[in-house]
Write a protein that binds this ligand. Structure first.
Ligand SMILES: [Zn+2]
Length: 308
C-alpha cells in the first residue's frame, strides 16, 4: 500500500529501527526492492533522485513506482531523493509522490531554509512528507563530483543548534544529517560521529536520515540507528550487486586468450548449459533483479534491527 514518509517514520520510532530508502531508476530495481520488502514483511521507501533523470526520467518511472507501491503487500512510500530545484520537487508532487526531499544544502543556510519552507507549503497541499538537509554529504548521489562546502572534515558535520532552528522554522518531517558518511563507492573508511545524531535528536526532536552508507559496517549501521537514525538511503552497493550478478553469469564462460602477443578475455554464457545458446536480454534482467533483491534483503534485515 502507498503511504507517506511520516507514516513509516512513526512505525520506525515505535520499533526503534530504521527504514531502508532505495533508489529505483529502472523497473527491475522497483521489483527487487518491493519484492525484498514483501519477503521480509517490512515497510520500505522507493526513491528517485534528480541526478538519475538522465538515465530514467521521473515522468516515466514515477507512475510505475506509484502503481507498484499501491499493489504492494507492505507499506511503501514513494519519495523524491535530492530534489535540487523547486520545479523538480513540484513535478514529483504532481505525479503523486508521497514524500519529497529538498536538498538546498549547498546554498547559504537562510536560502536553504526559505526554499524548504516553500517546499513544505507545497507538500502540505498534497499530504506529502518532506525531508531536507543541512550540512553536506560530499559527493552527489551518483558518487561523482563534489557538492561540498570545502574539504575540512569538521565543517561538513551537521550543527545540532542549526538543526533545531531549521526544523522549528520549516516543520519538516525528517532531517538528513552529515555525521561522516559519504555517497558513492567509499575510498577511505568513513569516520562516523554518532554524537551528532544524538545531539540533533535531543535538540531538534526529529527523525534523522542517514545518506551515503558506503563502506559503513553492519555494526555501525546498528549504532547509528540506536543513536536515532530512522531512514537509511541505500543504492550504490545494491546497484553493484546487480551488475555483479550479471557478470558472474558471463564469467562462467570466460577464457583467457592470447593473440599476436595481446592478452584478452573471451566471455560467453553457459546459460542452460549450452555454449552456443545466445544470451537473451530477459535473462540478463532476471539475473540483475535477483542479485539486487538478495542485496536489499541483507540491508533491510540490518535496518530492521531484527538480527542484532
Ligand atoms: Zn543522499
Amino acid at each position: 500500500m502507498l503511504v507517506t514518509l511520516r507514516q513509516i517514520l512513526n512505525l520506525c520510532e515505535a520499533r526503534k529501527c530504521a527504514v531502508g530508502s532505495f533508489n529505483t531508476p529502472n523497473l527491475e530495481a522497483v521489483m527487487a526492492v518491493i519484492g525484498a520488502a514483501e519477503e521480509l514483511d517490512v515497510p520500505v521507501i522507493i526513491q528517485h533522485a534528480e541526478v538519475h533523470e538522465e538515465i530514467m526520467p521521473i515522468d516515466v518511472i514515477g507512475p510505475i513506482m506509484i502503481a507498484m507501491a499501491k499493489k504492494a503487500k507492505v507499506p511503501v512510500c514513494v519519495h523524491l531523493d535530492h530534489g535540487e530545484t523547486l520545479e523538480y520537487v513540484c513535478r514529483a508532487l504532481d505525479l503523486g509522490f508521497t514524500s519529497v526531499m529538498y536538498d538546498g544544502s549547498v546554498l547559504p543556510f537562510e536560502e536553504n531554509l526559505a526554499n524548504t519552507q516553500m517546499v513544505v507549503s507545497f507538500a502540505r497541499q498534497t499530504g506529502a512528507s518532506v525531508e531536507a538537509e543541512i550540512g553536506c554529504m560530499g559527493k552527489r548521489e551518483t558518487g561523482t563530483g563534489s557538492a561540498g562546502n570545502g574539504t575540512d572534515p569538521d565543517k561538513i558535520y551537521t550543527d545540532p543548534e542549526q538543526a533545531k532552528i531549521f526544523v522549528e522554522a520549516t516543520g519538516i518531517d525528517a532531517l538528513a544529517c552529515s555525521f561522516g558518511t559519504t555517497h558513492g563507492v567509499y575510498l577511505s573508511a568513513p569516520k562516523l560521529d554518532f554524537s551528532v545524531v544524538e545531539r540533533v535528536r535531543e535538540k531538534a526532536h526529529i527523525p534523522v536520515v542517514m545518506h551515503g552508507g558506503s563502506g559503513v559496517s553492519d555494526e555501525d549501521f546498528r549504532r547509528a540507528i540506536r543513536s536515532g537514525v530512522r531512514k537509511v538511503n541505500y543504492y550504490t552497493y545494491m546497484a553493484i550487486a546487480g551488475g555483479k550478478g550479471i557478470e558472474d553469469q558471463f564469467r562462467m564462460g570466460c577464457i583467457p586468450l592470447e593473440k599476436n602477443g595481446k592478452k584478452y578475455k573471451y566471455c560467453y554464457s553457459l546459460v542452460e548449459g549450452d555454449h552456443d545458446e545466445p544470451v537473451m536480454y530477459h535473462d540478463i534482467v532476471r539475473w540483475g533483479t535477483q542479485a539486487m533483491k538478495e542485496n536489499c534483503k541483507k540491508a533491510m534485515k540490518v535496518f530492521a534491527m531484527k538480527d542484532k
